[in-house]
Write a protein that binds this ligand. Structure first.
Ligand code: ADP
Length: 670
């Protein structure tokens, strides 16, 4: 071997090795084939080795040294098996095959678990074993070119792992993004091209295509709503923008008219590595519901304020004539004048009571607490009573009223009082909202399964936007409110509720302001044949006829208002009852104990002992368990009734009490 063969570490080892002590023998006796193979190997920069002879004596080059790890330099000139016992199962078998058959092998990226550095290690190699023919034609050894691929395999694995992780992260992010409660989007470049939007964003714009489109191409209705300009401002200034309750008009369905939405939103500039703004991150919430709810609340509040003002006014109105009439009744010696004054008081009190009744009725209907007392009645009777009640208003307006009913009798099963109330309302409105000398027509006709009651006038009429609004609580058309002779704006709400309770409806129609109005009550026909069935639950209220003198009762009445006590005593005595009075709670209890009355009527707010307390104590006695207890109060709310019931009362009457109603409660128990 020439001196060039001795280059490098492997070359020095080759020269330093005492080959005569190995199966190869001294170097100068090596066969030509071995010399050439060793020379090629040592002069190559590619990792190579030669295994010579049956023992596979190892000669390798410098490039191969790193693959040996700690086995170098001991492996040089030694049998391969000694150095590679850990992987001999693989490489030994291949060596034997090459030596036996002369067929070369090819191994690509094969995993070898080896212990070259003192611990087991996964390594990957690509190699080929090829036979070296001896000078005499046999196979003297084998030659191997090999590359270690461990680094590359590990790098690839790491790359794959990172890619998987990145994909997972992207998927998680996408899921978050899509499920974010608000809308999120990324707009790129000065034209604001949608790069990414989440589900909520898509929903906001009726699932139109966004990604890849410029803002105004995707959502053309945004042109001239200021958002593009706002985005430009953020893009140019790099300053974020926060919008609250901002109005945006968006198309909600293809071809549909754009709809108003309200949004809270943030425009956040997105920068590239150099700090330049390259896009805008959009994030926000659709707050339409909140904004609308707040607006509705505000409107309701305002209506409530207006209502309270009207209510105060309406309640004060009758007070002036009542006060004057009362004074007149006291001071005037003229019995005729006194009578007149009392009539005034009665009429005004009636008016106030009606007002309050309406209010309570509306509240009962809205809470589902109003019950109908159905009865079989003739349509004409109901209409007559309504006309009679509305007559004063119609006459004072100088209106003419025509009533047109079917020629044959029409039987109805309705609450006659309530239907008359509805018609009175409509007739009074017709009179109120028609200039003096107008014409009002009330007609009834059967129409399929329905009875239609129409009230038509030639008055101020209604504009289309008011036709439905007037049925709202406390709703009055301003122009009408100015001319109305009183009214709280609940008449129509109440009437519609009453019609609905009968399974019917109430609708308004008008050809426009100044062209009159028509209100139609529809009631289902034939109406249920439950003529005599009382609508109130049993025990709640007995039929009115039950309190005649055939059932005289012993009654105790307690009221700290002496006038009220006297009047009530007189009225009940006139009905044939035995009546006793008490001026406060303690007296009531004592007299009750002594008299053991059938019926005890108690005012609630009394000195010393409240009506509730008296009732509870009476109930605690043995006789008291069979007495009928009736509460009389100015408070008619549900929780007042609830309290009365809890204290032991059977009934609860709201002041001013209706005598008929009270008498009905005095009858025998059903
Ligand atoms: P009120 O009459 O007490 O104001 P209603 O509920 O009966 O309350 O009526 C509500 C509103 O409907 C009235 O304020 C008026 O603006 C309008 N309205 C009712 N009836 C008529 C009618 N016949 N013609 C014109 N407007 C009417």
């Amino acid at each position: 071997m020439g001196s060039s063969n001795a280059a490098g570490e492997a070359g020095r080892l080759l020269l330093a090795t005492d080959w005569s002590a190995t199966p190869l023998g001294p170097m100068d006796r090596w066969p030509q084939a071995l010399r050439i193979a060793a020379s090629i190997c040592l002069n190559s920069r590619f990792p190579m080795f030669v295994w010579w002879g049956p023992d596979a004596i190892n000669i390798y080059n410098d490039a191969y040294i790193p693959m040996l790890g700690k086995r170098h330099p001991a492996a040089f000139g030694k049998p391969a098996h000694d150095s590679w016992s850990d992987i001999w199962a693989v490489v030994g078998a291949q060596h034997k095959a090459v030596m036996d058959t002369g067929e070369p092998t090819w191994n690509e990226r094969v995993l070898l678990v080896m212990e070259r550095n003192g611990f087991p290690e996964d390594t990957w190699f690509t190699w080929s074993y090829s036979p070296i023919h001896d000078d005499d034609g046999g196979i003297g050894g084998m030659f191997c070119a090999v590359t270690e691929e461990t680094g590359r395999v590990l790098a690839e694995r790491e790359r794959d792992r990172l890619m998987r992780e990145a994909q997972d992260a992207a998927r998680t992010l996408r899921t978050w993004f899509d499920n974010a409660p608000g809308f999120v989007g990324l707009l790129r470049g000065p034209d604001f091209v949608f790069e990414l939007v989440n589900e909520a964003y898509r929903q906001l714009v009726a699932h139109r295509r966004l990604e890849g489109l410029a803002l105004l191409d995707a959502l053309p209705e945004l042109t001239s709503q200021g958002y593009f300009e706002l985005l430009q401002q953020v893009y140019e200034s790099g300053e974020p923008f926060v919008g609250r309750g901002a109005r945006v008009v968006l198309q909600q369905a293809p071809g549909a008219a754009p709809e108003e939405r309200f949004v809270d939103f943030l425009y956040q500039p997105v920068r590239d590595g150099s700090g330049a703004v390259v896009g805008i991150f959009v994030q926000g919430h659709d707050v339409t519901d909140q904004v609308q709810a707040a607006a509705a609340l505000e409107e309701a509040n305002q209506r409530k304020d207006e209502f309270l003002a009207t209510l105060a006014h309406e309640l004060r109105n009758p007070l002036a004539p009542i006060r004057q009439a009362a004074r007149l009744a006291r001071t005037s010696p003229d019995p005729q004048q006194q009578q007149w004054a009392l009539n005034v008081v009665e009429r005004q009190v009636g008016h106030m009571a009606l007002l309050l009744d309406d209010l309570l009725d509306v509240s009962r209907i809205s809470r589902g607490k109003l019950e109908l007392r159905l009865a079989a009645v003739d349509l004409k009777a109901v209409v007559d009573s309504a006309v009679e009640m509305a007559a004063p208003l119609i006459e004072s307006g100088g209106h003419r009223l025509d009533v047109q009913l079917p020629d044959h009798p029409v039987q109805l099963t309705v609450d006659p009082v309530r239907i008359a109330q509805v018609l009175t309302n409509l007739l009074s409105n017709a009179a109120k909202y028609t200039d003096p000398g107008g014409r009002i027509r009330l007609s009834a006709e059967e129409d399929g399964g329905w009875l239609r009651l129409r009230v038509r006038d030639n008055g101020i009429g209604l504009s289309p936007e008011h036709v439905d609004a007037i049925f709202g609580m406390f709703s009055q058309v301003t122009a009408a409110a100015e001319r109305a002779q009183g009214g709280l704006g609940i008449g129509l709400a109440l009437s519609r509720g009453l019609a609905a309770l009968h399974g019917g409806s109430l609708e308004a129609r008008s050809e426009g302001p100044g062209r009159g109005s028509e209100f139609t009550v529809s009631l289902p026909l034939p109406l249920p044949a439950r003529a005599s069935e009382p609508a109130a639950p049993a025990g709640e209220m007995a039929p009115a006829a039950a309190s005649d003198a055939a059932h005289p009762r012993r009654i105790l009445i307690a009221d700290d208002n002496a006038d009220a006590l006297t009047t009530m005593t007189l009225l009940l005595e006139m009905e044939g009852h035995e009546v006793h009075g008490a001026a406060d709670g303690e007296q009531a209890l004592a007299r009750a104990e002594a008299l053991r009355p059938d019926i005890v009527i108690l005012d609630i707010g009394m000195p010393r002992l409240s009506g509730h307390e008296v009732a509870t104590r009476i109930r605690a006695t043995e006789w008291g368990q069979h007495a009928r207890l009736i509460a009389l109060t100015g408070w008619g709310q549900a929780h007042d009734q609830e309290r009365a019931r809890a204290a032991g009362f059977d009934h609860h009457c709201t002041k001013p009490v209706d005598l008929g109603e009270l008498l009905a409660l005095l009858g025998p128990r059903p």
